[in-house]
Design a binder for this molecule. Structure first.
Ligand SMILES: NC(=O)c1ccc[n+]([C@@H]2O[C@H](COP(=O)([O-])OP(=O)(O)OC[C@H]3O[C@@H](n4cnc5c(N)ncnc54)[C@H](O)[C@@H]3O)[C@@H](O)[C@H]2O)c1
Length: 341
């Protein structure tokens, strides 16, 4: 009879198993998007508990999301992420997003792992930007801007630095002290990290701009971005519909998932009648070559990845495999002998 034990991995175990290694996380996430595009992954809709119907309810009050997926290929594993978002948590010394991930054996349905998903979730979110930057940033992109100086800003920075040859990264936050503290804490040897007080100045001539804030209303206008730039909207409400409409190349991770959340960039642009499915490519379609990406060095590219459970499951499975090899975590029994069979 198969053994019903599974591995419990704390956040410390996840880190010890290479959870903070961005390069391999990008590889795992890229593969999950490729598998999704070729039909070798299953991605049901996300379910969320929302505390109100207001468009900015996530940014004001947070939410809890349940995200299931199956990822085929060399992963061949199912899983889920349960992720509450609590905007006030940083003032309590807690992260805004707190993830719990479960992985399940495809054949028996037995659990393989239950693990901290906080690190995996933030790392895979950075990794998606890494995939987008590799695919879509103009050749020679070396100046980047991150709008927001929270947890995601850290992993966005990690992904940009492994994907681009950076010379300068500008950080803007609605709270200038947070931007300054971020730049001091995250200082790098190879490029400068500069706090900027005005978001328009921060965007300026940047080649890649990433938004990861809790903005409650759109503020990034078309005139802010340089020709040839790539804008990645990790958070929802930063880009104006005019900015989205003015882009030459439009990309998301999943059109279905992106447009089911009214605050997301393409859901707002769809509601305003300025985009439709045909104009927006998915990252997986670019990876398998079924749709073109950037067509020229001066194209303005707009990317809105809502975040997908296939990315979490693939990134978590990589960490689980490494943890099992290294003997990390605690083995727990779901049962020693099942009451019923
Ligand atoms: N698309 C995805 O896959 C994905 C995944 C994870 C997180 N996110 C989103 O990324 C965003 C950032 O998450 P985080 O974990 O870094 O949160 P965080 O709380 O750690 O950081 C948020 C930052 O935004 C700043 N901020 C607050 N209000 C703002 C405002 N009105 N305008 C501009 N900035 C403001 C805060 O000062 C803080 O520095 C959230 O909106 C979250 O939902 C998206």
């Amino acid at each position: 009879m198969p053994n019903a034990s599974f591995l419990f991995l704390s956040q410390e175990d996840v880190v010890a198993a290479g959870g903070l290694d961005m390069g391999p996380t990008i590889e795992a996430v890229e593969e999950s998007l490729r598998l999704l595009a070729t039909g070798d992954a299953i991605l049901p809709p996300k379910s969320s508990i929302r505390w109100s119907d207001a468009i900015d309810s996530e940014e004001r009050e947070g939410r809890i999301m349940a995200m299931p997926a199956y990822v085929g290929g060399s992963f061949r594993v199912a899983g889920f992420k349960w992720i509450p978002s609590v905007p006030d948590n940083p003032s309590r010394g807690l992260p805004r997003g707190i993830g719990l991930i479960g992985l399940t054996d495809r054949d028996t349905g037995l659990p393989l792992a239950v693990m901290d998903g906080t690190v995996v979730s933030a790392m895979r979110t950075g990794a998606v930007t890494g995939v987008a930057a590799r695919l879509l940033a103009a050749t020679g992109s070396s100046v980047a801007t991150i709008l927001g100086a929270g947890v995601q800003a850290k992993t966005q920075l990690m992904a940009l630095e492994v994907s681009l040859a950076l010379t300068e990264v500008r950080i803007w936050d609605v709270d200038p002290d947070r931007a300054r503290a971020f730049c001091e804490r995250e200082a790098r040897q190879d490029f400068s990290l500069v706090p900027v007080d005005d978001p328009r100045d921060a965007c300026g001539d940047a080649a890649v701009v990433v938004a990861a804030t809790l903005a409650r209303e759109p503020y990034v206008l078309p005139g802010w971005l340089a020709p040839g730039s790539t804008f990645v909207s990790i958070s929802s409400l930063d880009p104006t519909v005019e900015l989205i409409a003015s882009a030459d190349v439009l990309v998301c991770d999943s059109w279905e998932h992106e447009t089911e959340f009214p605050s997301r960039a393409f859901a707002r642009a769809l509601a305003a009648g300025v985009v439709d499915r045909d104009r927006v490519a998915e990252l997986g379609e670019l990876l398998v070559g079924s749709r073109p990406g950037r067509k020229g060095p001066l194209d303005r590219v707009f990317v809105s990845p809502v975040g997908l459970a296939v990315e979490d499951v693939a990134a978590a499975y990589r960490v689980y495999g490494r943890a099992a090899e290294l003997g990390l975590g605690v083995r727990l029994d779901l049962w020693r002998s099942p009451v019923w069979t």
